[in-house]
Design a protein around this ligand. Sequence first.
Ligand code: PA5
Length: 435
Amino acid sequence: MNTIKLELEKALGASAQEQLQKIAPEVEKAIATLYEGNGVGNDFLGWLNLPAEIDHKFLTDIETTANSLRRKCRFVVVIGIGGSYLGAKAVIDALSSTFASYDANAKTQVLFAGHNIGEDYLADMQEFLKDKEFGIINISKSGTTTEPAIAFRLLKQQLENQVGKGEAQRRIVAITDASKGALRTLADNEGYKTFVIPDNVGGRFSVLTPVGLLPIAVAGFDIRVLVAGAQNMMQQCKTAPFESNIAAQYAAARNILYRDGKKIEILANFNPKLHYLAEWWKQLYGESEGKEGKGIFPASVDFTTDLHSMGQWIQEGERTIFETVISVENVNNTLVIPTDKEDLDGLNYLAGKRVDYVNKMAELGTQMAHVDGGVPNIRIVIPAVRENCLGALIYFFEAACAISGYTLGVNPFNQPGVEAYKKNMFRLLEKPGVK
Ligand code: PA5
């Protein structure tokens, strides 16, 4: 089961139903625009039915490629930035053992590069990979993004030096456009195995394409279950009426709160494995909604860690925020707090209780405190951090984002603002042809 629950009572208060009914016609119009495909950005709706279009043959191709990389490589470097890495990173971090990277016996591990231009980062990586068996998945939809291109040039040369050009060709996979861009040309010239990012799927909506699925499969996780979770959620989002459609309700609540002056949404988790899910979510909502002088600013915190850093601000700072908590019903382990004969730390009152019970009480206590402090609280409850739930959660957030963006009155599928820094950077770097 991957049933995700959405709780809005602590966000919209006693008049929740009234407020939802008021905004319902606008949200329903946004939903109609989305599914009829007649809104702005409608050439980027490939993600909408994507889970249903994924077939056995395609998944087998991904799995076969992943297994071949796993057989050869102890480390696989996923090169990409923004939507070309965040989804995979989010899912892999959520499903991996927290300390897997310190485990010398762990199977193939996925590393990430090309999401910054840190010389030290890349030098550290090169040093680390020296004499190690590694491979590369190079991901760029446009095929021209500077950050991944630099990382790829460096790591490709290193790999060729370490294993020879022929073997390097067998250890490099490119995921890019079907026909255009520098990465497509390079991949075709070098004879790399390639996967295509469909034209009509934007970067931040591409987790369920090879962009997310191949790295996740390389990390050893079950992409079929992930996709099944997304398929299930896709059906729910498509068929449920407004009142029971959680994507529509989340989109509605966000717009109600935004209109009421709540300009910042803080996505909170009480499970540190979800840190990168929030990073992925920030990109999804930030790039989709932040335009034309509009849009909720997406922020994130990891609780209880950040209650000791951001807790004060959230409790008593400017009242322009609301909180969306991803709550995990069941953790994957059982850990009981032991009794201590001396009880010097005074913790015996918790002896015999599960760590997760304490965490849940922290979650409840935080919700009560923040709501009392004037911070509306949305709860998204997932059964567990497992492939099927993550697949469902990803699709839920994507659908809600599109509905929310249309309700806000923006094109949720473009990102014109991202070009501004690039223009200046290219000019400063004296890139040929840039004035
Ligand atoms: O969501 C987006 O479209 C962007 O964040 C891109 O994913 C990001 O800029 C990377 O682009 P590309 O895959 O073309 O290298």
